[in-house]
Design a protein around this ligand. Structure first.
Ligand SMILES: *[C@@H]1O[C@H](CO)[C@@H](O)[C@H](O)[C@H]1NC(C)=O
Ligand SMILES: *[C@@H]1O[C@H](CO)[C@@H](O)[C@H](O)[C@H]1NC(C)=O
Ligand SMILES: *[C@@H]1O[C@H](CO)[C@@H](O)[C@H](O)[C@H]1NC(C)=O
Ligand SMILES: *[C@@H]1O[C@H](CO)[C@@H](O)[C@H](O)[C@H]1NC(C)=O
Ligand SMILES: *[C@@H]1O[C@H](CO)[C@@H](O)[C@H](O)[C@H]1NC(C)=O
Length: 536
């Protein structure tokens, strides 16, 4: 009796002090996964070669006309954005620094693509290539012009040339709040603390503004006063990566405190105010994350591709703090996003979708095809697919943290649909005009995040789980992996109330295991029937 008790408490002790693991313990790559990883790796190579043939040194390929466009300054966004993917896929011959670090390809206002891409490539290459840091510094010094004298928040649109100061009155939360991962690494590798100080200053200004709900902040800010100028809350475009970076910065540095606590608060507020189950449909089990704006009538029952990163982000944060309940929500959100793929005629989810909120709330949103909605739980809103990654990104987190091959099957179906509909003759992939179709029309567009993110996350779902292990790497919002400073640390503690919440979460989870019917149903057998997907 005593010995058992002793053994149990020793076991508990070992569990508490052992280092934090984000990934499912003992995860391995199956032979089937290996062959699928190889398929995606080959497709990436072919597609990237088409970019090099027809578009380099410009930013992006126009896949239907074999031409190019320069939306990001014309310094080869795709080359820089693809670096970290080529590293992870071991396509080392595609990594050519005479191209990447040439003067033509360096700068622009896009911190996440250029700065993140260069710094990630520096780390993945074993911190050998000083040119990458030098280039990153040039980008960082230009970004630093965004902060006008005395302002805590940076302007969005920079002048760039000659380090000229921009002019602006307002800025967005994602602009001001999606810098801290990259700026932290830039300060670390240049030894100049000014970059991190700027990023922290603007995050702090937002943190000090009056949130709409605790931890949930509006979108637009006065750059002088730091006051919010609207009341729009969303995990989607325009706000997304601010929330994303709160928790990822904690993970990168191993630091507990303000940013992590704010993320937890934001998630708690989201569960209270934004999480919605669709009404008037047989798919009422789905879990969505709506937008909210009091001045626009409160809850807006709309979600979309960009916001679908939230599932994976909640899973990561939940693992860091050991919170079962938030992890379950993260999986449920990921499942609901996956449903927009598995239920769509093309097998690919739309840019945005709508639903009916609780209390029969549509808030002026229209459901076009009622029978489809009743069956699948969402209605198509904006029907394009511009090669966005967020749904497969969250599936990647769900797979790596659970090891449940159900997620791999969904990812494989998504890849097959993308390959079937987007592939053009050159081997490149094109965006789609309308995913609500069994044969969507292609668009002459192929953004660099296809290479940085879609190919990478799909590959990583099937690759050896030690490649870019979540136990050691954190991805910036463009999927460039950065090395975690303290991978050996234990669970993260969060502010007051977190312990209580965690215990409640555990109790809830235990109850569920005991057979209670919770809102989450992800048991394997139910899956196909519930989401209407045929999962082989
Ligand atoms: C990467 O590719 C090189 C050259 O093709 C090969 O020698 C090496 O074994 C590969 N490494 C891994 C980890 O697959
Ligand atoms: C900023 O506000 C001032 C005063 O309202 C206005 O004159 C100016 O055009 C605004 N600047 C920009 C870049 O919008
Ligand atoms: C949720 O799914 C289960 C299993 O498919 C089903 O029995 C139940 O009716 C669903 N609940 C709602 C609210 O749709
Ligand atoms: C919800 O609204 C629709 C259309 O306005 C109506 O047909 C339906 O009965 C309402 N459902 C409930 C539960 O009020
Ligand atoms: C989706 O396609 C179906 C069948 O073609 C059509 O009835 C429906 O209106 C479409 N929905 C949207 C939002 O385009």
């Amino acid at each position: 009796m005593i010995t058992t008790q002793l053994a149990l408490s020793l076991l508990a002790l070992i569990t508490t002090v052992s280092s934090l693991k984000i990934q499912h313990p003992g995860l391995t790559q199956s032979p089937l996964s290996a062959s699928r990883a190889e398929t995606i790796r080959t497709a990436y190579r072919t597609s990237f070669s088409a970019y090099m043939r027809y578009a380099f040194p410009h930013d992006a390929l126009l896949p239907l006309t074999n031409s190019y466009e320069d939306p990001f300054g014309g310094w080869g966004a795709t080359v820089v954005d693809s670096l970290s993917t080529s590293y992870l896929m071991n396509h080392t011959d595609l990594i050519d620094f005479s191209k990447t670090a040439s003067d033509e390809i360096s700068l622009f206002e896009t911190n996440i693509r250029y700065l993140g891409g260069l710094l990630s490539a520096y780390e993945l290459g074993g911190k050998q290539n000083q040119k990458l840091v030098d280039q990153a510094k040039v980008v960082g010094d230009h970004l630093a012009t965004g902060w006008l004298e005395g302002n805590a928040l940076p302007c969005n649109t920079l002048k760039w040339n000659d380090y000229a100061k921009p002019t602006c009155n307002d800025t967005g939360i994602a602009v001001a709040g999606t810098l801290i991962l990259e700026m932290d690494r830039l300060s670390k590798y240049t030894g100049d603390s000014k970059y991190l100080a700027l990023a922290k200053k603007s995050m702090a200004a937002i943190a000090q503004s009056k949130g709409v709900f605790p931890g949930l902040f509006a979108q637009v800010y006065d750059v002088k006063t730091g006051e919010a100028m609207d009341d729009y809350v969303t995990w989607g475009g325009g706000s997304d990566s601010f929330f994303e970076y709160l928790v990822k910065y904690a993970y990168l540095t191993g630091e507990e405190g303000l940013w992590l606590d704010m993320w937890v608060q934001g998630v708690e507020s989201s569960i209270e105010h934004l999480v919605t189950h669709p009404q008037e449909t047989q798919m009422g089990n789905l879990t969505y994350l709506a937008d909210y704006s009091a001045s626009r009538g409160g809850l807006l029952p709309r979600w979309g591709h960009l916001g679908c990163f939230a599932g994976g982000n909640w899973i990561l944060g939940a693992k860091m703090i050991g919170d079962d309940r938030i992890e379950r929500y993260g999986q449920a959100l990921t499942g609901a996003c996956a449903n927009t793929y598995t239920s769509s005629p093309s097998g690919i989810g739309p840019e945005t979708f709508v639903f009916i909120g609780e209390g029969n709330n549509t808030n002026r949103i229209k459901i076009n095809n009622r029978p489809f909605y009743e069956q699948h739980g969402f209605g198509f809103d904006i029907t394009q697919y511009v090669l966005r990654p967020e749904v497969v990104e969250s599936i990647f987190y769900a797979y790596r943290t659970t090891g449940d091959t159900m997620w791999q099957e969904i990812a494989w179906q998504a890849w097959q649909a993308i390959d079937r509909h987007c592939l053009v003759k050159s081997g490149a992939l094109a965006a789609l005009a309308n995913v609500n179709s069994t044969s969507p029309t292609k668009l002459d567009d192929s953004e660099s995040f296809l290479y940085a993110e879609v190919f990478k996350y799909l590959y990583l779902v099937f690759a050896d789980p030690e490649v870019a292990s979540l136990d050691r790497w954190v991805f910036n919002t463009e999927a460039h992996p950065l090395m975690v400073d303290r991978p050996e640390r234990g669970l993260f503690a969060t502010g007051a109330g977190s312990k209580k919440r965690r215990e409640e979460g555990k109790r809830e989870a235990d109850n569920r295991r005991g057979g209670s019917a919770g809102v989450f149903r992800f048991a394997r057998g139910e899956f196909g029937a519930e989401w209407g997907g045929s999962l082989e």
